[in-house]
Structure formats: C-alpha cells, structure tokens
Design a binder for this molecule. Structure first.
Ligand code: TPP
Length: 639
C-alpha cells in the first residue's frame, strides 16, 4: 500500500515523518505523470506543469494549517490537483475532468476543503481579505486564511487592489503565498515579473537560500520572539538583496524567497507566517513541471496543460492566427493584444513575424481593453485576442473606454460558447449577450474557416466603432457556401421542392451548420425550412423582418446564454417591425453549466439538431392547428 492511499485528509499528513513526506511527494508526482501519460488525458486534458510545481508546497500548507477550519483559497484553482489528492479524492482521481467526475478546479460539492470555484485569475487575495475581515468581526480569531497565488495571477489588477486593502488591515490573519515559478502560460511578463525575477536570478540567491536554511530552523516556533525572528530574517535578506522591499513598502510583512521544493523549509516559513497574526507574504520559488523533465524543459509552457494548449492545426484559434498573420502583412496599423495567452489564442505566428506589434499585458484583461482604447485613439487598429469568458471582467472598459469613444478595436473571442471540460467558469456563454448591450458594437459569428477570414477582415475594416469576432473551442467544421444573399446575410438552404416556407431558421456562427441538419430532419416531417447564417449577429440585419413575414415560424439557434442573446435581438427586431410571426429561440439555459465534453454539455442543454428539430416540429404542429382554427390561407409552397 502506498502512503498516498493512506491519506484520507490533512490530519493523516500531520503524522508523517520527513522521510515519509519525501516519499509521499514522489508518489504524488508519479500519480500526476501517470495520469498525464494515460489515454484519458487526450480526451479530458488538464493542468500538469502547475501541479507538479506545488507538490511540496501543498503538503506543507496542509500540515501547517487546519483546513477546513482555516480557509485555503487557490487562485485560479488549476493547481489544486495535489490538494484534491490530499483531501480524500485519490480514489476518484481517474475521473478528473470527465462528466460526473472530479472537476479540474476546486469544487464545493466535492469537498469541505474547497472554497472558491471561480477559475478566473487574480481573485484569491480579495476573497481572502473578505474572509479574514469576516472572521475578525464574527469573533473567530483562531482562523487563518491562506491564499495561494501564482506570479502570473499576481499580474492581475484585482490582486493589487486587494494588497492595497490588506496592507491596511494590520490584524487580518492572512497568509499570502506567492508561488513564483516565473511562468504564466509563458514566462510571466511586466515590471512585477522582472522584479520577482531579480530575486531569482540574483547571483547571491543561493546565499539567500542558505541563509534561510540556517536561520529559520533555529527560530523558535511559538511565542513573542516570533516577530523578532521574522524581522531578523527579513532584515537579513534585505541586507543581501533588495527587491522584496516593494512588499514591505506596502506595509505587508514579507518572508522569502523560500525554496518551494524543500518541504521542511516551506513548512517552517508557513508556521512563522501563521503565528505572526497579521498579513504576511510568503514568497516561494518553485519550478513549473518540477520532477518531470518533459514538462520542465517544455519551451512553450512547461506543459501548463496536457495535451498542449497551443493553437493546433484545424482549430478555430489556428485559423484566426493564420489570418491575423496575413492581415498583419497588409495592414501595418493592426496590432495585437493578449492577456498572458499568446499561444492558446493563436497569436504566436503574428508575434514571431511582428514582435513589435504584439502586446502581452499579463493576466490583465481590464488593462488590455483600455490600453487597446489608447492604441486606437492614437491611430492603430488593435485586435484584442481573449477567451470569451475572460472578457466578462473587462465589461466596463469595453462599454465605456472603447464603446463610448466609438473606437476601432476588434475583440476576437475564442472559446465563445460551451467550452466543455473546464466547467461553469470557463463556458463562454455570456459575451453574446453583454456585447449586445454596447451601443455601436458590431458582432460577427463565423460559421466556418472561410468566414473567420472573411469576417475578421470586415471587422478590421470598421473604423468608426468596436467589433467582435466570436468563435467556439475546438476544430472548425466543413465549409458551406451560401446559395443566395438576404441583405448582408447568407442563405444556406431554401425549402426543398414541394415544401412550404414554414420555418425561417437563423443559426449564429457554427449553429448555422447545425441549422442544415435540423432542416434535413424537418424536411423528413414535411416541414420546409429556410436556413440563414446572419454572419453579423449585431446589428441584426433588417432583411430578416421581410423574410420572417413569408414564413410561419422563426427559429434562432445560438451557442450562448438565451437571455439577451442573438435570439432576443431577433425577436426585438421583429416586434419593432410589427412582424406577427412566432419566434422560438434556442440556446444555452441561463445557468452555470457543469463540466463535460462540448458535445455532452450541448446535449444536456438540449442544443442538438435532434432535440431542436423535435421542438420545432411540435411548434409547427401547434401553429398549424391555430391557423386552421383561424382559417388562415395555405402557406406558399416552393415549386
Ligand atoms: C482572468 C483570467 N485570465 C486568463 C486566465 C487563463 N489562465 C489560466 S492559468 C494562467 C496562468 C497562471 O499563471 P500563474 O498564476 O503564475 O500560475 P502557474 O500556472 O504558473 O502556477 C492563465 C493565464 C484565467 N484563468 N483567468
């Protein structure tokens, strides 16, 4: 029996000797590597590098703190696999990221040790600030709040807003562990990153570690001399190198840098931080992918994700990346912005060709958008390439900084719609609604690879306001040519000969292709369907009103939340034009949808051609009986 099999919770960890802890760390790494090499990971994907890097750190956290009495907040949460293994979920680890199995992030339903489910970065310090304040006010001073935040997440503005407040809350029992591996997806960039790097690459860093190694273990673990010890350690390091002064200048106690792969050392530092009784930053240096050379040496992202999250051939991201490169050659005014996701968003080729025209701003979507506004004000056309779900964070910047000023910024929203295995916080099911709210915003939804190129080019030609190009995760389907135009829209299919113009089916983006499958199914029931791809889902093309009048039912299909999305915009247009034809809108229920493959989630949401066709058949039948009662004329049949 392995040691890991005997760990049912943090209490079991506390009984182990130092030798056993070293063995346990090895066993955890074996489990992670075995999982990453196994067949399921091809289907489920997952975060390997970040978790290999926090094995000793997570063990130390659970030995020093008393979860769930003490609260542990994982920033982003992608590095919580080791925590899952140590909190009674080892036997279910094989189900990670599968429908009904363990989630890839902390999950309150899974364990009392999990607190924060939101996998959007840079939030941990704010949660921790609130928790610590609440425990103080509630008279529960024996609880410590722990936040584990990466150097990447520390580039996000929220983290700094939180630090500013935490610094003022002098008696908050709050331990902030900065897991500094120098990487986000790619090497972390920016002034802060350089600052932290200065600590790591300082030739005297080894001496610093030696200093900590010799001084900390000698320090008493409890009692009044603690502050003095911390202070001595702090001053000792300060005498050697200076960068951590930044944190101290904020008024926050700083301990570090600590070798994050030396469990004993991390533990000692955490005990001191815990017992200090006020906010403390513990700066831990780790190596992403530690203990697995394939990950450690992976140049793109230290296997942040397996399989690698780069833009693979045939994916929407790659098609976008190829076209960006072409546009870059033609348009020297086009620049690109990414928020720490150069490779996953497909911008790597553009960056290689035009390094001066790409800005990686760190995990800082709000800044990315307002910085884009500045670039546009100065005469450039920025393309902000971002995952749909992460743009939520920058709504105000998109509305007021870009929208209000009618600036030509193009937002390219990858992973729009159901993303699948990353679950509720990653589904890009909000942008299609919140972008509808922005005056002057134009939204394009390409149905296939050709249309990505076509619509991206149209978007960067718009010079009097912002544009969005949204597409989903994964592989692009086959190309479908239009058979006719309807205003600016593409008609993909007319009712088959002999069938009436029963249903006008408008499918946004790739849902237009699903529209063709739905039309085939409905034709089998004698229902004639016109399938239209709107290309631009905002503004809704007015030609829809006339077309709707010729049909008995309008149906919209979109890969977005139903409330306020494209379907609602179509219904509003028809209302405004006094079109008296019923509208059925099909999309995602306005709920936090769980993880599963994209296909599984869409099926659960009723968004398959079979399910939509069934609904439409029933709606047409109801319509027919109403028409019969009202004595309506026979619908026009196509010859
Ligand atoms: C708001 C937001 N933007 C982008 C991401 C995508 N993302 C997930 S992990 C990650 C890198 C995190 O780096 P770091 O915090 O240093 O943790 P590490 O993986 O290095 O342990 C990014 C950019 C996110 N989760 N949230």
């Amino acid at each position: 029996m392995t040691l890991l099999e005997c760990i049912n919770g943090p209490e079991d960890l506390k009984k182990l000797s130092q030798d056993q802890l070293t063995r346990l760390a090895g066993e955890i790494r074996d489990v992670l590597i075995e999982w990453a090499q196994g067949p399921t990971v091809i289907k489920t994907s997952g975060h390997l590098g970040p978790n290999l890097g926090v094995v000793e750190l997570t063990i130390a956290i659970h030995r020093v703190f008393d979860s769930p009495h003490d609260k542990i907040v994982f920033d982003t949460g992608h590095q919580s696999y080791v925590h899952k293994l140590l909190t009674g979920r080892f036997s279910r680890f094989g189900t990670l990221r599968q429908r009904g199995g363990l989630t890839g992030y902390p999950s309150r339903a899974e364990s009392e040790h999990d607190l924060v489910e939101n996998s959007h970065a840079s939030t941990s310090l704010s949660y921790a600030d609130g928790l610590a304040k609440a425990y103080k006010l509630r008279g529960e001073p024996d609880r410590t709040v722990v936040a584990l935040i990466g150097d990447g997440a520390l580039t996000g503005g929220m983290a700094w807003e939180a630090l500013n407040n935490i610094a003022a809350a002098k008696d908050s029992r709050l331990v902030m562990i900065v897991n500094d591996n120098g990487w986000s997806y790619q090497p972390t960039i920016g002034g802060l990153a350089e600052h932290l790097a200065a600590i790591r690459v300082n030739p005297r860093y080894e001496h610093v570690l030696d200093y900590i190694k010799t001084s900390l273990p000698r320090a008493p673990l409890v009692g009044p001399p603690l502050y003095g010890t911390l202070h001595r350690v702090k001053k000792g390091i300060k005498d050697v190198i200076q960068p951590q002064v930044m944190f101290e200048d904020l008024g926050i106690k700083y301990v570090g840098p600590i070798d994050g792969h030396d469990e004993r050392l991390v533990e000692t530092a955490l005990r001191h931080a815990r017992d200090f009784g006020g906010p403390v930053i513990v700066h831990v240096i780790t190596k992403k992918g530690f203990g697995y050379p394939v990950a450690e040496q992976n140049e793109i992202d230290c296997l942040h994700q397996v399989p690698a999250a780069g833009a693979l051939p045939g994916t929407w991201s790659r098609v976008f990346g190829d076209e960006m490169l072409a546009i870059g050659t033609r348009r020297p005014d086009v620049v690109a912005i990414t928020a720490a996701m150069l490779h996953p968003t497909g911008l790597a080729q553009f960056a290689a060709a035009y390094p001066d025209r790409v800005y990686d701003v760190g995990i800082a979507e709000q800044h990315a958008v307002t910085s884009a506004a500045g670039l546009a004000m100065a005469g450039l056309h920025p393309v902000v390439a971002i995952y749909s779900t992460f743009l939520n964070r920058a709504f105000d910047q998109t509305l007021m900084d870009v929208g209000l000023h009618q600036l030509p910024v193009t937002f390219v929203l990858d992973r729009a719609g159901v993303t699948g295995l990353d679950g509720a916080s990653h589904h890009g099911m909000w942008d299609g609604s919140i972008m509808q709210l922005i005056p002057g915003m134009k939204i394009a939804a390409p149905r296939d690879a050709l249309r990505v190129a076509e619509l991206l080019n149209e978007a960067v030609e718009v010079s009097d306001g912002p544009t969005v190009v949204r597409f989903p995760k994964g592989k692009v389907g086959g190309e479908v040519e239009a058979i006719a135009k309807l205003g600016g829209m593409d008609v993909l299919r007319s009712p088959a000969a002999g069938l009436a113009e029963d249903v006008l089916l408008v499918g946004a983006g790739p849902m237009a292709l699903m529209g063709l499958e739905i039309a085939d199914r409905l034709a089998g029931h004698g229902i004639g369907v016109t399938v239209v791809d709107p290309r631009w889902t905002k503004p809704v093309d007015e030609a829809l009103a006339g077309a709707a009048r010729r049909h008995r039912l309008v149906a919209t299909v979109e890969d977005n939340g139903l409330v306020g999305g494209f379907g609602d915009a179509v219904a509003r247009l028809l209302r405004d034009h006094d079109v008296d034809v019923p509208v059925k809108t099909y999309g995602l229920p306005q709920e936090f949808l769980p993880h599963g493959t994209r296909e599984e989630v869409l099926e659960d949401a009723g968004l398959t051609s079979q399910q939509v066709a069934l609904h439409i058949t029933e709606a047409v039948a109801r319509r027919s009986s109403t028409e019969a009662q009202e004595g309506a004329p026979e619908p026009r049949r196509v010859e």
